[in-house]
Structures are given as structure tokens and as C-alpha cells.
Design a protein around this ligand. Structure first.
Ligand SMILES: [Zn+2]
Length: 375
């Protein structure tokens, strides 16, 4: 069974509810399509917004943006998506989202059925559920929960929000994009134990370190379930709503189920019966571990460096907020994941005994924050 208690790291908040996940997806299944070109897109956005409005403290916005006639847009149009904000005491933002729009590539977008229950009703249900859970704690940073539209036409909603984040100078710790996270089976292939976590490596942002950190803090939190790190920006020749944020220089990663039901995707067969609610609940728990960390993250360290002297032990130094606690992480240079860490309170240097900088990689992060590698 799931160790719900293990999730309660910093605040006493409850576990996720499979019943509520099922209720969200059962409602989304009542729309014949949520294609961005149709009125059902607006109707479902309004319903999602009404669900966010039921959460105490949540500030809910139907964000409008224009799209132009093009490859998958039948006419110029103003589109809506949902941005729900839970204000913290800090301006720093932590984002989670999924896209509520759907597509069926097999017919007229205005009339063909496109239930999109897994792609990406599952990510929207997860986002709404994590918002309900997080709203029951109190957090330093501001949490932003997004139901994107226009994803299937070319990531239009996430592109509009990333541009707004730049224009409004948002400080973003990271975005957790959940897209197609509800099924554990495709034909005879099954994987109930992992959710893939895609991350880009870049000079512009720190998304790979965000993914590596999520894997590390999720260890042991949910018995028999873990993120599976994929060191790519997305699946082969495919993309998602994290990418415009990456392009804008923000940390952003994508969760996607381990085995995708490719024969159901973008067809009228993407229906409720494909969803494994215990799997989807575990994906929510991984998001919650990351959200709870980032929701209280302090300032990232700067000027992270080694003491240059040759030695078997490694001295790491950084600049940080006075009196704050930081965490030093290390791994063998050939390991893709962190192998050890040390919490350091009220100091700006640490000695890691018998771990040599010649053959290890080090990073330093605020508690709950995305670590910064030593240059
Ligand atoms: Zn999708």
C-alpha cells in the first residue's frame, strides 16, 4: 500500500483521492470533444475554472489569448485556458499543469469525437487534485495550477503563458507538466511502477537538475513507484507544454506514463476505461513530493565552487541567504543520479569526507529548491 504518511514532509496535508480523480475525468468524458476550435473548449474551461474556485484561497482566471487560422486552427479565434493561483508570502512561483484540449486526427475537428481522457484529461485531473491537496497546507511560495489549451494545435496556450511570465517578470522555481499520465497498460505491455520524467539539458535553464532532484527526493516516498528519468526534452519528434517554458529559460519537466497507449491516442478510443486510477494517484503523489519541496524553497545559492586544493575530501563553498539551510549533493561522474547529500545549516561551506571532486560531481541547493551544479 501507499505510504501516505511519508508524503507529509513539511506540512500535514492529506493524501490524494482516487474518487475525486475519477469524478473529474467522468465529467470531462461528457464533452464530445474539447478541441480548441470548438465551443466545448470554452465550456470545459469554464467547468475546470469552477472546480478550482471551490478550493479555498484559490484565485482563478480564465486567461484569453488569440490564435490565428493555420494548420490545425480553422479560423482566427480567441481561446481561453485556466490559471489558478494560490498566493504565498513570496513572489516566487511554482507551476503545475496539463492540457485540457483534445484532438482526434481522424476527422473534422468541429464534429469528430475527441474524448482525450488520458491525453490529457489525466494531467488536468492530476493538476486539480494536487491543487486541492496543496491548498490544505500553507506555503511560502506562490503555487500556480494551469489547465492549458491549444496544446494539440502547436503548444499555443503554454507559449502564451510563458510569454506572459517573461513580460510580467515571473520568478519560477519550476513547472511540472503532466501530459498523458493515466494509463499503466498498452495492449500486453504493462508498467505500473514508473512514470517517465523528461528533461532537457540546456545552458538556458536548469531543467535536467530539476528532474534529477525530483528523482532523488521521491525515493522511498511511495512504495513500488518512482519517476524514471529520461534525459531528453520529450519523446521522439514530439513535444509538450513544458517546451515553451524551456525555450523562455525556465525550469520545466514533463511527466508521461511509462507505456503509452499509442493506438488510443488522438482517436475516439481515448476513453475512461483506459485509466488506471491507482497509477494516476501515484503520479499525483510524485508531483506532490516535488510541489511540497518547491513550495517552501528558499533562494538558490550562487557562486557555488570548490576549494581548489588537491584532496581526497571535497570542500564546497557557496553564497546564500544568511542563516539558511542548504543541501550539498554528490554523485560519481558516471552516475546519472545523486548518490549522497548533506544538509548544512547556517554555513556557506561544507566538507564532504572522502568524496573526491576529481571523480564526483557536486551541486548545492536550497532545501526544496532545484540544485545548482558546481561549475
Ligand atoms: Zn497531450
Amino acid at each position: 500500500m501507499v505510504l501516505a504518511a511519508a508524503l507529509l514532509m513539511s506540512n500535514l496535508i492529506p493524501d490524494v483521492s482516487e474518487d475525486r480523480l475519477r469524478a473529474t475525468l467522468s465529467h470531462l468524458a461528457t464533452y464530445p470533444t474539447r478541441n480548441t476550435n470548438t465551443e466545448y473548449c470554452t465550456q470545459s474551461a469554464e467547468w475546470i475554472a469552477s472546480e478550482f474556485r471551490k478550493i479555498p484561497g484559490m484565485q482563478v482566471e480564465l486567461m484569453k489569448y488569440p490564435v490565428k487560422k493555420g494548420r490545425r486552427i480553422v479560423a482566427d479565434k480567441e481561446v481561453v485556458q485556466v490559471v489558478a493561483t494560490l498566493p504565498g508570502s513570496s513572489q516566487k512561483r511554482v507551476l503545475m499543469g496539463g492540457h485540457f484540449d483534445t484532438i482526434n486526427l481522424g476527422g473534422d475537428p468541429m464534429t469528430v469525437k475527441a474524448p482525450g481522457i488520458n491525453d490529457d484529461g489525466s494531467g488536468v485531473a492530476a493538476t486539480l487534485e494536487c491543487a486541492r491537496v496543496m491548498a490544505q497546507g500553507s506555503w511560502k511560495n506562490t503555487l500556480v495550477f494551469v489547465a492549458f489549451s491549444g496544446e494539440e494545435q502547436g503548444l499555443f496556450g503554454s507559449t502564451a503563458l510563458a510569454a506572459r511570465a517573461i513580460a510580467e517578470k515571473w520568478e519560477i522555481e519550476g513547472l511540472l507538466n503532466n501530459d498523458t499520465v493515466g494509463a499503466s497498460q498498452a495492449g500486453k505491455l504493462r508498467d505500473k511502477k514508473r512514470v517517465r520524467l523528461f528533461s532537457e539539458d540546456s545552458e538556458k535553464h536548469n531543467s535536467r537538475e530539476m528532474a534529477r532532484w525530483i528523482e532523488y527526493i521521491c525515493r522511498g516516498k511511495v512504495k513500488g513507484f518512482a519517476p524514471w528519468l529520461v534525459y531528453r526534452k520529450d519523446r521522439f519528434q514530439r513535444g509538450g507544454d513544458h517546451t515553451p517554458f524551456n525555450n523562455a529559460g525556465f525550469n520545466a519537466v514533463r511527466f508521461v506514463e511509462a507505456v503509452e497507449a499509442l493506438d488510443r491516442q488522438h482517436t475516439e478510443k481515448d476513453t475512461l476505461d483506459s485509466i488506471d486510477f491507482s497509477y494516476l494517484a501515484n503520479v499525483c503523489r510524485m508531483n506532490l513530493v516535488a510541489l511540497q519541496g518547491m513550495a517552501n524553497a528558499g533562494s538558490a545559492p550562487t557562486s557555488v565552487s570548490y576549494d581548489p586544493k588537491q584532496a581526497h575530501s571535497t570542500i564546497v563553498r557557496w553564497k546564500g541567504a544568511p542563516g539558511a539551510t542548504y543541501i550539498v549533493y554528490w554523485r560519481s561522474s558516471s552516475s546519472a543520479v545523486w548518490e549522497g547529500s548533506l544538509k548544512v545549516a547556517g554555513a556557506n561551506e561544507a566538507t564532504i569526507k572522502n568524496v573526491n571532486k576529481d571523480d564526483h560531481v557536486f551541486a548545492v541547493g536550497a532545501v526544496g529548491g532545484v540544485p545548482v551544479s558546481v561549475d
